[in-house]
Design a protein around this ligand. Structure first.
Ligand code: GDP
Length: 447
């Protein structure tokens, strides 16, 4: 994913602020350095990095944190806001009649993205058509045609015509039944005058509602010049970042977004027509900053909690976040988690737990398979009320008794207790955020 490293390093420097209520100048310096280092190594343009880090720095030092806010939250909020400001909302793409022009260098992924976008619009119930005007690259016609067949969308191209402007004009007429026209253009190895002249001419004929710049995530400092040129000649409303399934960090694309004063429209994440995602800025940045995707998480948790609660009317999930985490809570928690879906995904969405935390836990730490659950349930049935409320009283002799009573073995009883303490710790981190913090963050995320 874009800027994954930024997330990791930011999280570790922000974690150092845990428990602090005020930021010192050196705290801010350290965080800003970390941000600079990550952005630069992700190929974000130097002057943009400086601009971004300067405003984070001055805001972190000058703005008074609202009462009750920890230093970490305060910085997190500022970094979040500055990053959201930088990437902006995802490019507006109303689900209606429109013409989209794709621009970019050869190999950036225009043809692939054209078919992917057409597929995306068709899934939204619209009728898209792709018009292939790339007469420069041999094979572009066949590639586009095949991909459009796979995407089951209309396609126009003419391998016998070498005039892209004429193809564009004819193509628009030939596909007039379509709602969304996506016009693919030729690229060159570099920004050459004839490329610019050609795309300007196509733009004149097509009169697009929006022009999108397609950029390979691997593009580095070159992004700035490219973005500036295309912006000057045809005007860029959005950026499509491709090949994010690779190792590239995508920093150049952020530079392009900034340079064209535009936003990110789509992310390309593979070679097939379905490998396309709309860009979701708040979810993306909050994950990046290790806040987890709070909105999504809160919805899932709520749904699962509700179901569990319907089955067990005495239980109030709030208790778990406030008071002790008993074995009874653990059982309900396991029930609820089973309903939420794959645990690693759920964990990834929990603030502070995402991004690598799972890697540090032993593989089976959160393994709540049905089989294991059933054995754990039998064990819990053999425990006294006192033991369930306070598992710490379970020593060796009680373990032996419980194992015998439940028809399991001492090792499994031990595993249950270990799992409990692991989850207790996890819940503790959740509690550490404080209820107010959670709510504030959820509000910030628009939840
Ligand atoms: P164009 O010259 O700009 O039209 O670029 P193409 O659409 O032909 O893409 C160039 C190469 O990149 C092709 O081999 C594509 O399969 C590949 N490609 C495009 N988008 C993606 C992507 O999101 N992920 C991966 N892995 N490959 C991509």
């Amino acid at each position: 994913m874009v800027l994954d490293d930024l997330g990791t390093s930011l999280r570790s420097s922000l974690d150092k602020l845990q428990g602090k209520s005020r930021l010192s100048e050196s705290d801010v310096e350290e965080i800003v350095k970390e941000i600079q280092r990550s952005l630069l190594s992700a190929d974000v343009d130097v002057s943009l990095v400086m601009e971004l880090s300067d405003s984070i720095k001055s805001r972190a030092l000058e703005e008074e944190p609202p009462g009750g806010t920890t230093a970490k939250d305060h910085v997190l909020k500022i970094v979040y806001e500055e990053m959201v400001e930088l990437v902006g909302d995802s490019t507006e793409l109303p689900l209606e009649n429109q013409t989209i022009l794709l621009a970019g260098l050869q190999g950036s992924g225009k043809t692939t993205s054209a078919a992917k976008m057409a597929w995306w619009f068709s899934k939204k119930g619209l009728r898209p058509a792709v018009i292939q005007t790339d007469t420069f690259r041999p094979g572009a016609y066949d590639q586009a045609k095949q991909m459009c067949e796979r995407a089951e969308v209309d396609f126009y191209g003419n391998p016998d015509n070498d005039d892209p402007v004429d193809i564009a004009r004819t193509g628009l007429e030939a596909t007039e039944d379509a709602d969304v026209h996506i016009v693919d253009t030729a690229g060159r190895h570099a920004l050459e005058d004839d490329l610019i002249a050609e795309i300007e001419e196509i733009e004149g004929v097509v009169d697009p509602d929006r022009s999108l710049l397609v950029l390979d995530a691997a593009i580095g400092q070159g992004a700035k010049d490219q973005a500036r040129q295309f912006e000057k000649s045809i005007g860029i409303e959005g950026v499509v970042i491709t090949k994010l399934d690779g190792t590239a960090k995508g920093g150049g694309a952020l530079t392009a977004v900034n340079e064209t004063d535009s936003s990110i429209a789509f992310l390309g994440t593979g070679e097939t027509v379905q490998d396309i995602e709309r860009f979701e800025p708040s979810g993306f940045i909050s994950r990046l900053l290790g806040m987890g995707d709070l909105k999504q998480l809160s919805e899932r948790v709520e749904r699962a909690m509700q179901e569990t609660q319907e089955e067990d009317e005495d239980w109030d999930p709030e208790d778990m976040l406030q008071g002790e985490f008993t074995l009874k809570d653990m059982k309900r928690q396991m029930d609820a988690m089973n309903k939420m879906g794959p645990l690693d995904q759920v964990m990834d969405m929990i603030p502070g737990l995402g991004g690598g935390m799972m890697d540090e836990l032993p593989d089976d730490a959160m393994d709540v398979t049905q089989d294991r659950m059933r054995r754990f349930e039998r064990i819990m049935d053999s425990m006294t009320e006192e033991e369930l409320e306070n598992p710490r009283v379970v020593g060796q002799s009680r373990t032996r008794r419980i194992a015998r009573g439940s028809g399991t073995d001492e090792e499994t009883v031990q595993q249950l207790l270990e799992q409990h303490s692991m989850m207790e710790e996890t819940i503790g981190q959740f509690q550490g955020m404080g209820e107010g913090d959670m709510q504030r963050m959820m509000k910030k995320m628009g939840g």
